[in-house]
Design a protein around this ligand. Structure first.
Ligand code: NAP
Length: 311
């Protein structure tokens, strides 16, 4: 049997993935699309932004391994074969990397870094009061792999941490909320809200005026989930009115963000080019290797994405 590596990433990146996967799984026949001799022999696919319409031509595909944690773009593909289960990347290294980003930018807002940067540009020496981390409430939307790791690190830093998920969770040091009813209570009194939700039909557009209005005036926002979570006009209006004091945005509906998008120029936005938690090829290849070997040995599939839920 063969494994198809199917991507639309730049060719040097694709070659890096191919060489790393072949080195880690020498017992497997791993091929690119133009090297497939017999479509019936392909039983697994490893994908990163795969071009549409290819996976559906493989009649014996048992499952699809994504090299990314988020699968919203894959699930948006109308040609994705319905009966091939989808496995997303679950990598503790990725979650730690996300937790580092969440901690970095939460501390940046907590320590009023944007304010001091703007004061420096005006040669303005002015000290502001400095609440302690224990006096701050930080809320994380999404308590999955990314959310839990981030919540735990923030809690270790001394913040009061809340988390919101679809089903109620129990995470040490984190006050947990769930469902639509729990959202309003979760949002009350937050100094910073961090989005780490997957993009689904339920979560699209969640970072909107109605959510911002439930936060205390002057709260901070970190969006490290997906661009489709934020209503860009509502983010700008909330910043202009002071309802939000600052937003750190890593993800956008269109990436790269077009140069004429007003988000680039907003003084109260810190803009990142989708770098909150990039896939780490070294650990990702190890995880894919374990998934493939375990499947070959036992025929048991790794944990799969729940397609109806969208994540
Ligand atoms: P995950 O393990 O699947 O966790 C998702 C969390 O969101 C779960 O706690 C889930 O609730 C919750 N959730 C889903 N739908 C919800 C809803 N309608 N209402 C309330 N809670 C809901 O995902 P993950 O690995 O943590 O990744 C989350 C997202 O981060 C990815 O989908 C991706 O978009 C994004 N991401 C971004 C970057 C970056 O560099 N910016 C990197 C990696 C990932 P339950 O626990 O009840 O299921």
């Amino acid at each position: 049997m063969s494994i198809l590596l199917l991507t639309s990433v730049p060719s040097e990146e694709e070659t890096m993935w191919l060489n790393s996967l072949r080195a880690s799984l020498p017992e497997e026949d791993i091929v690119l699309q133009d090297q497939v001799r017999d479509k019936e022999a392909v039983d697994l696919a490893i994908v990163a932004n795969p071009p549409q319409g290819v996976l559906s031509t493989l009649p014996n595909l048992k499952w699809i391994q994504s090299l990314w944690a988020g699968v919203d773009a894959l699930l948006d593909d109308p040609t994705l074969p319905e009966n091939s289960p989808l496995v997303r990347l679950i990598d503790p290294t990725l979650a730690r990397s996300m937790a580092e980003s969440v901690a970095t930018y939460t501390l940046m807002l907590h320590r009023k870094f944007p304010l001091y940067v703007s004061q420096q540009s005006e040669t303005n020496w002015k000290q502001h009061d400095m609440p302690l981390a224990v006096d701050r409430q930080v809320g994380i939307l999404g308590l999955g792999e990314m959310g839990r790791a981030s919540a735990q690190l923030l809690s270790q830093l001394g913040f009061n941490v809340r988390g919101w998920s679809r089903s109620l969770k129990n995470v040490e040091g984190v006050e947990c909320f769930s469902g639509q009813q729990g959202l309003s209570d979760f949002l009350k009194g937050l100094d910073v809200v961090v989005n780490l939700l997957p993009l689904t039909s339920e979560t699209r557009g969640i970072l909107s005026r109605s959510l911002f209005e439930q936060l205390p005036k002057g709260a901070g926002l970190l969006n490290f989930g997906r661009g489709g979570h934020q209503v860009e006009g509502d983010v700008i209006n909330a910043l202009d009115s002071g309802q939000l004091s600052h937003a750190v945005l890593d993800v956008f509906s269109q990436e790269p963000l077009p140069k004429d998008n007003p988000l680039w120029q907003h003084p109260n936005i810190t803009l990142l080019p989708h770098v909150a938690a990039p896939t780490n090829p070294g650990t990702a290849v190890q995880i894919v290797t374990e998934n493939v070997r375990s499947f070959r040995a036992t025929e048991v599939m790794p944990k799969t994405v729940e397609r109806t839920a969208g994540y």
